[in-house]
Design a protein around this ligand. Structure first.
Ligand code: SF4
Length: 444
Protein backbone atom coordinates (compact mmCIF):
# COMPACT_ATOMS: atom_id res chain seq x y z
CA UNK A 1 0.00 0.00 0.00
CA UNK A 2 1.41 3.41 -0.92
CA UNK A 3 2.21 5.71 2.00
CA UNK A 4 0.80 9.20 2.27
CA UNK A 5 3.02 12.26 2.37
CA UNK A 6 2.42 12.65 6.12
CA UNK A 7 3.30 9.02 6.82
CA UNK A 8 6.54 9.48 4.91
CA UNK A 9 7.23 12.81 6.63
CA UNK A 10 7.19 11.13 10.04
CA UNK A 11 10.15 8.98 8.98
CA UNK A 12 12.29 11.81 7.56
CA UNK A 13 14.96 13.67 9.62
CA UNK A 14 12.77 16.84 9.83
CA UNK A 15 15.83 19.11 9.79
CA UNK A 16 14.65 21.07 6.73
CA UNK A 17 18.27 21.22 5.57
CA UNK A 18 17.21 21.60 1.88
CA UNK A 19 19.95 19.25 0.64
CA UNK A 20 17.31 17.33 -1.32
CA UNK A 21 16.47 20.46 -3.29
CA UNK A 22 13.12 20.91 -1.55
CA UNK A 23 12.51 23.74 0.92
CA UNK A 24 11.29 21.45 3.72
CA UNK A 25 11.16 17.80 4.69
CA UNK A 26 7.38 17.99 4.32
CA UNK A 27 7.70 19.19 0.72
CA UNK A 28 10.12 16.34 0.03
CA UNK A 29 7.72 13.85 1.64
CA UNK A 30 4.88 15.07 -0.56
CA UNK A 31 7.05 14.81 -3.67
CA UNK A 32 8.08 11.30 -2.64
CA UNK A 33 4.46 10.25 -2.15
CA UNK A 34 3.67 11.49 -5.66
CA UNK A 35 6.67 9.60 -7.07
CA UNK A 36 8.22 12.91 -8.13
CA UNK A 37 11.32 12.54 -5.94
CA UNK A 38 13.78 9.80 -5.12
CA UNK A 39 14.64 8.87 -1.54
CA UNK A 40 18.34 8.93 -2.45
CA UNK A 41 18.07 12.71 -2.76
CA UNK A 42 17.93 12.97 1.05
CA UNK A 43 21.47 12.24 2.24
CA UNK A 44 20.58 12.15 5.92
CA UNK A 45 17.67 9.72 6.01
CA UNK A 46 18.35 6.91 8.50
CA UNK A 47 18.93 3.32 7.38
CA UNK A 48 15.90 2.28 9.34
CA UNK A 49 13.68 4.81 7.56
CA UNK A 50 15.29 3.97 4.22
CA UNK A 51 14.30 0.34 4.61
CA UNK A 52 10.78 1.25 5.69
CA UNK A 53 10.38 3.74 2.85
CA UNK A 54 11.99 1.68 0.12
CA UNK A 55 8.72 0.24 -1.11
CA UNK A 56 6.86 3.54 -0.90
CA UNK A 57 9.60 5.49 -2.63
CA UNK A 58 10.28 3.08 -5.47
CA UNK A 59 8.66 4.10 -8.75
CA UNK A 60 5.41 2.33 -9.66
CA UNK A 61 7.01 1.22 -12.92
CA UNK A 62 10.60 0.11 -12.49
CA UNK A 63 13.32 1.71 -14.59
CA UNK A 64 15.29 -0.83 -16.58
CA UNK A 65 18.54 -0.15 -18.43
CA UNK A 66 20.30 -2.16 -21.08
CA UNK A 67 23.24 -1.57 -23.41
CA UNK A 68 26.43 0.17 -22.33
CA UNK A 69 28.17 3.52 -22.71
CA UNK A 70 26.61 5.92 -25.20
CA UNK A 71 24.32 3.14 -26.44
CA UNK A 72 22.75 2.47 -23.08
CA UNK A 73 18.98 2.98 -23.03
CA UNK A 74 16.61 3.27 -20.12
CA UNK A 75 12.93 2.47 -20.11
CA UNK A 76 10.06 2.52 -17.63
CA UNK A 77 9.73 4.77 -14.57
CA UNK A 78 6.63 6.40 -16.02
CA UNK A 79 4.27 8.03 -13.56
CA UNK A 80 1.15 9.00 -15.51
CA UNK A 81 -1.38 7.42 -17.84
CA UNK A 82 -1.71 10.50 -20.00
CA UNK A 83 1.00 12.77 -21.23
CA UNK A 84 -0.95 15.93 -20.43
CA UNK A 85 -1.19 14.87 -16.75
CA UNK A 86 2.52 15.60 -16.39
CA UNK A 87 4.84 14.17 -19.04
CA UNK A 88 6.31 10.86 -20.18
CA UNK A 89 9.91 10.38 -19.13
CA UNK A 90 11.80 7.61 -20.91
CA UNK A 91 11.18 7.51 -24.67
CA UNK A 92 10.20 4.24 -26.29
CA UNK A 93 13.20 2.33 -27.60
CA UNK A 94 12.94 1.26 -31.22
CA UNK A 95 14.78 -1.93 -32.11
CA UNK A 96 15.16 -3.43 -35.57
CA UNK A 97 15.29 -7.20 -35.73
CA UNK A 98 18.02 -9.31 -37.28
CA UNK A 99 17.42 -12.99 -37.95
CA UNK A 100 20.21 -15.36 -36.95
CA UNK A 101 19.63 -17.11 -40.25
CA UNK A 102 21.52 -14.22 -41.84
CA UNK A 103 25.27 -14.67 -42.24
CA UNK A 104 28.19 -13.11 -44.12
CA UNK A 105 27.41 -10.29 -46.54
CA UNK A 106 23.66 -10.51 -45.96
CA UNK A 107 24.15 -9.89 -42.23
CA UNK A 108 26.68 -7.14 -42.90
CA UNK A 109 24.34 -5.41 -45.30
CA UNK A 110 21.40 -5.66 -42.85
CA UNK A 111 23.52 -4.07 -40.10
CA UNK A 112 24.68 -1.29 -42.40
CA UNK A 113 21.06 -0.53 -43.23
CA UNK A 114 20.15 -0.42 -39.53
CA UNK A 115 23.15 1.71 -38.58
CA UNK A 116 22.02 4.29 -41.13
CA UNK A 117 18.64 4.81 -39.47
CA UNK A 118 19.60 8.21 -38.11
CA UNK A 119 17.94 11.53 -38.84
CA UNK A 120 18.07 15.23 -38.00
CA UNK A 121 14.67 16.65 -37.15
CA UNK A 122 13.93 20.14 -35.85
CA UNK A 123 17.55 20.47 -34.76
CA UNK A 124 17.62 17.16 -32.91
CA UNK A 125 19.39 13.92 -33.76
CA UNK A 126 17.05 10.92 -33.67
CA UNK A 127 17.80 7.28 -34.40
CA UNK A 128 16.82 3.68 -33.71
CA UNK A 129 18.30 2.51 -30.44
CA UNK A 130 18.74 -1.23 -30.55
CA UNK A 131 19.18 -4.38 -32.62
CA UNK A 132 17.03 -7.36 -31.68
CA UNK A 133 18.68 -10.64 -32.72
CA UNK A 134 16.08 -13.36 -33.24
CA UNK A 135 16.89 -17.07 -32.91
CA UNK A 136 14.97 -18.09 -36.05
CA UNK A 137 17.44 -20.89 -36.79
CA UNK A 138 16.64 -22.73 -33.60
CA UNK A 139 20.37 -23.41 -33.24
CA UNK A 140 22.24 -22.15 -30.17
CA UNK A 141 25.51 -22.01 -32.11
CA UNK A 142 24.05 -19.98 -34.99
CA UNK A 143 22.38 -17.64 -32.53
CA UNK A 144 25.60 -17.10 -30.56
CA UNK A 145 27.61 -16.53 -33.76
CA UNK A 146 25.05 -14.03 -35.08
CA UNK A 147 24.91 -12.16 -31.75
CA UNK A 148 28.69 -11.90 -31.73
CA UNK A 149 28.73 -10.62 -35.32
CA UNK A 150 26.02 -8.05 -34.55
CA UNK A 151 27.95 -6.78 -31.54
CA UNK A 152 30.95 -6.24 -33.81
CA UNK A 153 28.95 -4.62 -36.60
CA UNK A 154 26.78 -2.26 -34.60
CA UNK A 155 27.27 -0.19 -31.48
CA UNK A 156 23.53 -0.14 -30.72
CA UNK A 157 22.08 -1.75 -27.60
CA UNK A 158 21.18 -5.41 -28.05
CA UNK A 159 18.10 -7.52 -27.43
CA UNK A 160 18.45 -11.30 -27.67
CA UNK A 161 15.23 -13.18 -28.45
CA UNK A 162 14.97 -16.95 -28.17
CA UNK A 163 12.65 -19.52 -26.65
CA UNK A 164 15.68 -21.53 -25.55
CA UNK A 165 17.55 -20.82 -22.31
CA UNK A 166 20.55 -22.70 -23.71
CA UNK A 167 20.65 -20.50 -26.80
CA UNK A 168 20.33 -17.38 -24.65
CA UNK A 169 23.13 -18.61 -22.41
CA UNK A 170 25.46 -19.28 -25.35
CA UNK A 171 24.67 -15.93 -27.00
CA UNK A 172 24.86 -13.85 -23.83
CA UNK A 173 28.29 -15.29 -23.08
CA UNK A 174 29.49 -13.86 -26.43
CA UNK A 175 28.50 -10.32 -25.51
CA UNK A 176 29.47 -10.20 -21.85
CA UNK A 177 29.80 -6.60 -20.82
CA UNK A 178 27.29 -5.05 -23.22
CA UNK A 179 24.32 -5.87 -20.98
CA UNK A 180 21.77 -7.11 -23.52
CA UNK A 181 18.08 -7.43 -22.76
CA UNK A 182 17.34 -11.16 -23.02
CA UNK A 183 14.16 -13.19 -23.39
CA UNK A 184 11.83 -14.91 -23.44
CA UNK A 185 11.24 -16.23 -19.96
CA UNK A 186 7.95 -18.10 -20.13
CA UNK A 187 6.08 -20.15 -17.54
CA UNK A 188 8.17 -23.15 -18.59
CA UNK A 189 11.56 -21.48 -18.88
CA UNK A 190 11.41 -18.71 -16.26
CA UNK A 191 13.90 -20.25 -13.85
CA UNK A 192 16.43 -21.25 -16.50
CA UNK A 193 16.29 -17.87 -18.29
CA UNK A 194 16.40 -15.96 -15.00
CA UNK A 195 19.55 -17.93 -14.13
CA UNK A 196 21.20 -16.78 -17.37
CA UNK A 197 20.15 -13.19 -16.67
CA UNK A 198 21.43 -13.32 -13.10
CA UNK A 199 24.78 -14.81 -14.10
CA UNK A 200 25.27 -12.17 -16.79
CA UNK A 201 23.72 -9.27 -14.85
CA UNK A 202 21.30 -8.42 -17.62
CA UNK A 203 17.57 -7.66 -17.67
CA UNK A 204 15.12 -10.30 -18.75
CA UNK A 205 11.86 -10.37 -20.74
CA UNK A 206 8.93 -12.17 -19.12
CA UNK A 207 6.44 -13.31 -21.77
CA UNK A 208 2.83 -14.26 -21.09
CA UNK A 209 -0.50 -14.10 -22.86
CA UNK A 210 -2.39 -12.42 -20.03
CA UNK A 211 -1.75 -10.27 -17.01
CA UNK A 212 -2.26 -13.06 -14.47
CA UNK A 213 0.44 -15.15 -16.13
CA UNK A 214 2.74 -12.14 -16.38
CA UNK A 215 2.26 -11.20 -12.74
CA UNK A 216 3.12 -14.76 -11.67
CA UNK A 217 6.13 -14.76 -13.95
CA UNK A 218 7.59 -11.49 -12.75
CA UNK A 219 7.27 -12.66 -9.14
CA UNK A 220 8.99 -15.92 -10.02
CA UNK A 221 11.82 -14.13 -11.82
CA UNK A 222 12.22 -11.68 -8.97
CA UNK A 223 12.38 -14.55 -6.49
CA UNK A 224 15.15 -16.01 -8.64
CA UNK A 225 17.20 -12.87 -8.00
CA UNK A 226 16.53 -10.76 -11.13
CA UNK A 227 14.94 -7.35 -10.48
CA UNK A 228 15.20 -5.85 -13.95
CA UNK A 229 12.27 -7.27 -15.89
CA UNK A 230 10.50 -6.22 -19.09
CA UNK A 231 7.08 -7.66 -19.89
CA UNK A 232 6.02 -9.00 -23.31
CA UNK A 233 2.32 -9.54 -23.90
CA UNK A 234 1.89 -12.47 -26.24
CA UNK A 235 -1.21 -11.44 -28.15
CA UNK A 236 -1.38 -11.16 -31.89
CA UNK A 237 -4.25 -8.73 -32.49
CA UNK A 238 -3.16 -5.13 -32.06
CA UNK A 239 -6.35 -4.13 -30.27
CA UNK A 240 -5.85 -6.92 -27.71
CA UNK A 241 -2.25 -5.85 -27.15
CA UNK A 242 -3.23 -2.22 -26.65
CA UNK A 243 -5.99 -3.20 -24.28
CA UNK A 244 -3.70 -5.39 -22.17
CA UNK A 245 -0.87 -2.86 -22.20
CA UNK A 246 -3.28 -0.18 -20.97
CA UNK A 247 -4.59 -2.46 -18.23
CA UNK A 248 -1.07 -3.25 -17.05
CA UNK A 249 -0.17 0.43 -16.94
CA UNK A 250 -3.33 1.32 -15.02
CA UNK A 251 -2.80 -1.46 -12.47
CA UNK A 252 0.82 -0.43 -11.97
CA UNK A 253 0.10 3.27 -11.60
CA UNK A 254 -3.32 3.48 -10.02
CA UNK A 255 -3.25 0.35 -7.82
CA UNK A 256 0.55 0.28 -7.32
CA UNK A 257 0.39 -3.39 -8.28
CA UNK A 258 4.09 -4.21 -8.17
CA UNK A 259 4.03 -7.50 -10.12
CA UNK A 260 3.02 -5.51 -13.20
CA UNK A 261 5.18 -2.46 -12.45
CA UNK A 262 7.65 -3.07 -15.25
CA UNK A 263 8.30 -1.61 -18.70
CA UNK A 264 7.01 -3.52 -21.72
CA UNK A 265 8.22 -4.76 -25.09
CA UNK A 266 6.10 -5.37 -28.21
CA UNK A 267 6.66 -6.59 -31.73
CA UNK A 268 5.48 -4.79 -34.87
CA UNK A 269 7.14 -7.04 -37.40
CA UNK A 270 4.27 -8.13 -39.65
CA UNK A 271 3.01 -6.52 -42.84
CA UNK A 272 4.40 -3.82 -45.08
CA UNK A 273 6.77 -1.13 -43.77
CA UNK A 274 3.81 1.29 -43.66
CA UNK A 275 1.76 -1.15 -41.61
CA UNK A 276 4.63 -1.76 -39.23
CA UNK A 277 5.07 1.99 -38.78
CA UNK A 278 1.37 2.44 -38.02
CA UNK A 279 1.39 -0.47 -35.56
CA UNK A 280 4.60 0.67 -33.88
CA UNK A 281 3.19 4.17 -33.38
CA UNK A 282 0.00 2.74 -31.84
CA UNK A 283 2.07 0.59 -29.51
CA UNK A 284 4.40 3.34 -28.39
CA UNK A 285 1.41 5.58 -27.66
CA UNK A 286 -0.09 2.88 -25.40
CA UNK A 287 2.28 1.89 -23.73
CA UNK A 288 5.20 -0.07 -25.12
CA UNK A 289 8.59 0.83 -23.74
CA UNK A 290 10.36 -1.09 -26.51
CA UNK A 291 8.98 -1.79 -29.98
CA UNK A 292 10.77 -4.21 -32.28
CA UNK A 293 10.23 -3.64 -36.00
CA UNK A 294 11.35 -5.62 -39.01
CA UNK A 295 11.52 -2.84 -41.54
CA UNK A 296 14.68 -0.82 -41.96
CA UNK A 297 13.14 1.46 -44.60
CA UNK A 298 13.90 5.05 -43.74
CA UNK A 299 10.52 6.29 -44.90
CA UNK A 300 8.82 3.97 -42.40
CA UNK A 301 11.21 4.50 -39.50
CA UNK A 302 11.26 8.31 -39.56
CA UNK A 303 7.53 8.66 -38.69
CA UNK A 304 7.99 6.27 -35.76
CA UNK A 305 10.90 8.28 -34.36
CA UNK A 306 9.00 11.51 -35.01
CA UNK A 307 6.03 10.21 -33.03
CA UNK A 308 8.31 9.35 -30.11
CA UNK A 309 9.88 12.79 -30.24
CA UNK A 310 6.47 14.45 -30.11
CA UNK A 311 4.99 12.25 -27.40
CA UNK A 312 7.99 12.46 -25.10
CA UNK A 313 8.23 16.24 -25.27
CA UNK A 314 7.15 17.89 -22.03
CA UNK A 315 3.71 19.31 -23.01
CA UNK A 316 4.23 22.20 -20.62
CA UNK A 317 7.56 23.15 -22.20
CA UNK A 318 7.35 23.38 -25.99
CA UNK A 319 10.66 22.75 -27.66
CA UNK A 320 12.19 26.13 -28.33
CA UNK A 321 15.06 27.65 -30.25
CA UNK A 322 17.01 30.66 -29.05
CA UNK A 323 15.39 33.98 -29.87
CA UNK A 324 17.98 35.74 -32.03
CA UNK A 325 18.91 36.59 -35.61
CA UNK A 326 19.76 33.57 -37.73
CA UNK A 327 21.69 34.22 -40.96
CA UNK A 328 20.74 31.73 -43.68
CA UNK A 329 23.44 31.44 -46.33
CA UNK A 330 25.68 34.49 -46.42
CA UNK A 331 23.25 37.39 -46.32
CA UNK A 332 24.46 40.84 -47.38
CA UNK A 333 23.05 44.21 -46.35
CA UNK A 334 20.25 43.89 -48.89
CA UNK A 335 19.09 40.49 -47.61
CA UNK A 336 15.45 40.05 -46.64
CA UNK A 337 14.61 39.91 -42.93
CA UNK A 338 11.87 37.47 -41.98
CA UNK A 339 10.06 37.31 -38.69
CA UNK A 340 9.02 34.11 -36.93
CA UNK A 341 8.57 32.66 -33.43
CA UNK A 342 10.82 30.48 -31.30
CA UNK A 343 8.67 27.32 -31.46
CA UNK A 344 11.21 24.79 -32.77
CA UNK A 345 8.95 23.22 -35.34
CA UNK A 346 7.99 26.64 -36.70
CA UNK A 347 11.58 27.86 -36.83
CA UNK A 348 13.03 24.77 -38.50
CA UNK A 349 10.23 24.67 -41.05
CA UNK A 350 10.87 28.30 -41.96
CA UNK A 351 14.63 27.75 -41.94
CA UNK A 352 14.46 24.83 -44.35
CA UNK A 353 12.12 26.70 -46.70
CA UNK A 354 14.34 29.78 -46.67
CA UNK A 355 17.33 27.55 -47.40
CA UNK A 356 15.40 25.95 -50.25
CA UNK A 357 14.83 29.40 -51.78
CA UNK A 358 18.61 29.90 -52.11
CA UNK A 359 18.03 33.55 -51.23
CA UNK A 360 20.48 34.49 -48.44
CA UNK A 361 18.30 35.92 -45.68
CA UNK A 362 18.04 36.77 -42.03
CA UNK A 363 15.40 35.11 -39.84
CA UNK A 364 14.56 37.14 -36.75
CA UNK A 365 13.20 34.80 -34.10
CA UNK A 366 11.21 36.41 -31.30
CA UNK A 367 10.59 34.83 -27.92
CA UNK A 368 6.98 33.67 -27.75
CA UNK A 369 7.64 31.03 -25.07
CA UNK A 370 7.85 28.33 -27.68
CA UNK A 371 4.45 28.90 -29.25
CA UNK A 372 3.66 28.95 -32.95
CA UNK A 373 2.79 32.11 -34.85
CA UNK A 374 -1.00 32.04 -34.53
CA UNK A 375 -0.97 30.78 -30.94
CA UNK A 376 1.52 33.47 -29.99
CA UNK A 377 -0.54 36.19 -31.67
CA UNK A 378 -3.75 34.96 -30.03
CA UNK A 379 -2.06 34.93 -26.63
CA UNK A 380 -0.58 38.41 -27.16
CA UNK A 381 2.94 36.99 -27.09
CA UNK A 382 3.52 38.20 -30.63
CA UNK A 383 2.68 41.88 -30.99
CA UNK A 384 4.20 45.12 -32.28
CA UNK A 385 6.07 45.73 -29.02
CA UNK A 386 7.69 42.28 -29.09
CA UNK A 387 8.75 42.87 -32.70
CA UNK A 388 10.06 46.37 -31.95
CA UNK A 389 12.10 45.19 -28.99
CA UNK A 390 13.59 42.31 -31.00
CA UNK A 391 14.62 44.63 -33.86
CA UNK A 392 16.43 46.84 -31.37
CA UNK A 393 17.91 44.06 -29.25
CA UNK A 394 19.45 42.33 -32.27
CA UNK A 395 20.56 45.60 -33.95
CA UNK A 396 18.88 44.52 -37.15
CA UNK A 397 19.13 48.04 -38.59
CA UNK A 398 22.95 47.64 -38.54
CA UNK A 399 22.80 44.37 -40.48
CA UNK A 400 20.83 45.59 -43.49
CA UNK A 401 20.58 48.88 -45.34
CA UNK A 402 16.80 48.66 -45.81
CA UNK A 403 13.99 48.75 -43.27
CA UNK A 404 11.69 46.05 -44.59
CA UNK A 405 10.40 43.21 -42.44
CA UNK A 406 8.63 40.12 -43.81
CA UNK A 407 5.98 38.89 -41.37
CA UNK A 408 4.03 35.61 -41.57
CA UNK A 409 0.87 35.86 -43.67
CA UNK A 410 -1.23 34.55 -40.79
CA UNK A 411 -0.55 37.72 -38.80
CA UNK A 412 -1.03 40.21 -41.63
CA UNK A 413 -3.46 41.95 -39.29
CA UNK A 414 -0.59 43.27 -37.19
CA UNK A 415 1.11 45.04 -40.14
CA UNK A 416 -0.12 48.54 -39.35
CA UNK A 417 0.76 48.45 -35.68
CA UNK A 418 4.21 47.02 -36.39
CA UNK A 419 4.90 49.79 -38.90
CA UNK A 420 3.76 52.45 -36.44
CA UNK A 421 5.76 50.98 -33.55
CA UNK A 422 9.00 50.25 -35.42
CA UNK A 423 9.14 52.58 -38.41
CA UNK A 424 9.90 49.52 -40.56
CA UNK A 425 7.94 48.76 -43.70
CA UNK A 426 6.05 45.49 -43.29
CA UNK A 427 5.84 43.04 -46.16
CA UNK A 428 3.23 40.35 -45.61
CA UNK A 429 4.72 36.96 -46.42
CA UNK A 430 2.86 33.82 -47.37
CA UNK A 431 0.61 32.03 -44.89
CA UNK A 432 2.33 28.72 -45.45
CA UNK A 433 6.06 28.41 -45.00
CA UNK A 434 6.21 26.09 -48.00
CA UNK A 435 5.44 29.10 -50.20
CA UNK A 436 8.52 30.98 -48.97
CA UNK A 437 10.91 29.83 -51.73
CA UNK A 438 8.66 31.22 -54.48
CA UNK A 439 7.91 34.31 -52.40
CA UNK A 440 11.57 35.08 -51.72
CA UNK A 441 12.61 34.47 -55.31
CA UNK A 442 9.87 36.64 -56.80
CA UNK A 443 8.54 39.10 -54.33
CA UNK A 444 11.38 40.37 -52.19
FE1 SF4 B 1 14.61 17.00 4.96
FE2 SF4 B 1 16.31 15.22 3.93
FE3 SF4 B 1 15.37 17.20 2.39
FE4 SF4 B 1 17.08 17.73 4.38
S1 SF4 B 1 17.50 16.51 2.54
S2 SF4 B 1 15.19 18.87 3.84
S3 SF4 B 1 16.48 16.24 5.89
S4 SF4 B 1 14.19 15.58 3.32
Amino acid sequence: MALTGLQIFKMLPKSNCKKCGKPTCLAFAMALAQKKANLDECPTVSDEARTALAEASSPPIRMVKFGTGDSQVQIGQETVMFRHDEKFYNPTVIAVNVSDSLTGDALKSRLEQINELQFERVGTHIQVNAVAVVNDSGSADSFAACVEAVSQGSSLAMILLSESADALSAATAKVAGVTPLIGYATADSAEAVAKVAKENKCPVIAAGADLETLADLTEKIKAAGVEDIVMAIQKTALKDQLHTLSEARALALKKTFRPLGYPTISLAVQGSPDEQAAEAISLLCKYSSVVVIETAEKYAVLPILTAIMNIYTDPQKPVQVEAKIYPIGEPGDDAPVLLTTNFSLTYYTVESDVEASRVPSYIMVVDTEGTSVLTAYSGDKLNEKVVGEALKKHNVADLVKHKKLVIPGYVAVMSGKVEEETGWEVIVGPRESSMLPKFLQEAV
